[in-house]
Design a protein. Structure first.
Length: 583
């Protein structure tokens, strides 16, 4: 886009602003009213004549995941400015799962992903920004921002805000997972109320997202594996000063992407999505990735559903010994070498596509050229000597879930389970039964009408699963739901069962005592009922009306698609006539 020159010591290509979206709000005599607004904010003529870069954060005071993002955004802005761009900061919402968990607030969680993506799209469209740097901390904000980047298709760089430091309790590292499980321990009489208070005060000692390989850290790894984030940027914990350099470099990098016209859809290809799924499997990541990767793919018009993700999971070895199934937290992974060493050993063993473009302007293989897999660490195993040959996450299918289901098997010893169903029509009823010990070893607990439409909002069930584990019965029962599970969930817990109960899926037809069989080796989930019996039950089944008949939750329930395709709410890239980037 023109000759090279230097800005603040950096070699840059000259950018022709008359070919960028911001020309509509800053170039020509007819845009004088628009420019008057910029002067009102203290911008100079030079800044107005430069590319406009949106710097989007999910900063708020809801939770520690988000609290450091405002500070990090300032460093990103310095990087943009140093490379000849004009940063324009804005924020969007988050719903923090750790606080929304275990009550009606969790219905807002997955919906927030769509609101984040939509609000970023509207902000960028309305103000004609030329590029985007997105900073996110909590679970749904990461995929929400990445979805917006792919949807808009303007040069974009993602940067994760970083994980929390582990807490210390009675001589061992702890996370919020331990606090959730302590509730079950208390209900079982294993610990006192004073023990819970002592644990809750130390479990989350700093800013940052939950410390294990839960959803936020999983999706942070995804951002690197996809190529939307700088290599190594997902690893450093939120309090580390090294995040400042990562932020600055991200701001500078987005200017290089503008100059070279490298866009998200040049990066987020089918191969890149397969790479991301492989990293999720290798790290025993959150089952939520099987919702978010299809949703990101959908924005680019790429078919990559639950079953496509599942095939990658099945083919990829599990190599990172991370909580909740393993021993270590994100800080430990960072100190061992972070996502780059995981990608390096996967690439060397043939589990990654090395030719995928990334935000560095180089391929995955080129980025990893000088990365050496460290032998003097215990967090990440070589892909040639994995913890297990199959990935830490498995998809299932059968007459109980024709559209599929998913389970995290990292750390699980028993991959087979069969037993009678104990059925609940909402999470609250299940939690009350668990808290009171009103369930039997060998049962399969069923929580239904918690899917995307039926919830509405597809709640996570960490409060219930953690209580079971805290009672010492995590390996004695199984749990299935058309809702979701937290990345912190462990045990034989199967989510995303589809079709969901609200649309008459087989899970809606279950009765107490029906024998359910689960096989995470063969990838099957079935109920011991004939097709004839299921058909007979379907004829007498009646749709169940949820309590949300107005507002955002009602609107979501009207338009959301199945979990199989990522629970998306619009037609996606395949139906586009023109991307925003080409206005």
């Amino acid at each position: 886009m023109g000759a090279s020159f230097r800005i603040n010591g950096y070699a840059m290509k000259k950018i022709d602003k008359t070919k960028l979206p911001s020309r509509h709000v800053s170039v020509g005599p007819e845009r004088a009213p628009h420019r008057s607004y910029y002067y009102a904010m203290g911008m100079t003529k030079q800044q107005i004549n430069q590319p406009f870069v949106g710097v989007a954060t999910t900063w708020n005071e809801a939770a520690p995941c988000n609290i450091s993002l405002a500070r990090q955004a300032q460093v990103v802005k310095k990087g943009v400015s140093a490379a000849g761009g004009t940063p324009r900061e804005f924020t969007t919402i988050t719903v923090t799962d750790g606080i929304a968990m275990g009550h009606q607030g969790m219905k807002s969680s997955l919906i927030s992903r769509e609101v984040i993506a939509d609000s970023v799209e509207l902000t960028v469209r309305g103000h004609c920004y030329d590029a985007l740097v997105g900073l996110a901390g909590c679970d749904k904000s990461l995929p929400g921002l990445m979805m917006a980047m792919v949807r808009l298709n303007i040069p974009s760089v993602f940067i994760y805000g970083g994980s929390i430091m582990p807490g210390s309790f009675k001589g061992k590292d702890v996370t919020v997972q331990d606090v959730f499980e302590a509730v079950g321990q208390y209900a079982a009489g294993k610990i006192t109320e004073d023990d819970i208070h002592a644990l809750e005060e130390v479990a989350c000692p700093t800013a940052g997202s939950c410390g294990g390989q839960f959803t936020a850290n999983t999706m942070g790894g995804v951002s690197e594996a996809l190529g939307l984030a700088l290599p190594g940027s997902a690893g450093a914990p939120a309090p580390y000063e090294s995040r400042d350099q990562l932020g600055f470099d991200s701001g500078r990098t987005v200017m290089e992407l503008i100059a070279n016209n490298i866009r998200p859809r040049d990066i987020v290809t089918l191969k890149a999505l397969q790479n991301a799924a492989a990293v999720v499997a290798a790290t025993g990541g959150s089952t939520n990735a099987a919702l978010h990767l299809p949703a990101i793919a959908h924005e680019a018009g790429i078919k990559f559903d639950l079953h496509d993700v599942g095939r990658i999971f099945h083919e990829t070895p599990y190599i990172a010994d991370l909580k909740p199934g393993g021993k270590y937290v994100q800080k430990d992974l960072y100190e061992a070498g972070g996502i780059p060493i995981i990608m390096k050993t996967l690439l060397e063993s043939g589990y990654l596509h090395g030719d995928c473009m990334t935000v560095t302007g180089k391929t995955v293989k080129e980025n990893l050229k000088n990365v050496v897999f460290p032998k003097d660490q215990v967090v990440v195993h070589s892909a040639k000597k994995p913890i297990s040959k199959t990935g830490g996450v498995v998809t299932l299918k059968g007459n109980l879930a024709p559209e599929g289901a998913i389970v995290k098997v990292a750390g699980m010893k028993n991959l087979l389970f069969s037993g009678p169903a104990r059925v609940f029509d909402c999470e609250e009823d299940a939690f009350k039964a668990v808290e009171a010990g009103k369930y039997k070893d060998g049962e399969v607990l069923v929580i239904r009408y918690e899917g995307p439409r039926g919830g509405p909002g597809m709640r996570e069930m960490l409060a219930t699963t953690a209580a079971i584990y805290g009672q010492g019965r995590g390996d004695k029962v199984a749990l299935i739901t058309d809702g979701r599970f937290s990345g912190a969930t462990r045990g034989f817990c199967i989510g995303h069962v589809g079709p969901e109960a609200a649309v008459g899926g087989p899970i809606a037809l279950l009765k107490n005592g029906d024998i359910i069989s689960l096989d995470a080796v063969k990838g099957t989930i079935s109920v011991d009922l004939s097709a004839k019996e299921l058909d007979a039950r379907k004829k007498s089944w009646k749709p169940r009306e949820h309590d949300y008949q107005s507002g955002a939750l009602w609107r979501y329930s009207q338009i959301v698609g199945p979990a199989e395709g990522g629970a998306v709410t619009h037609p996606g890239g395949k139906k586009e006539k023109k991307t925003y980037a080409d206005i």
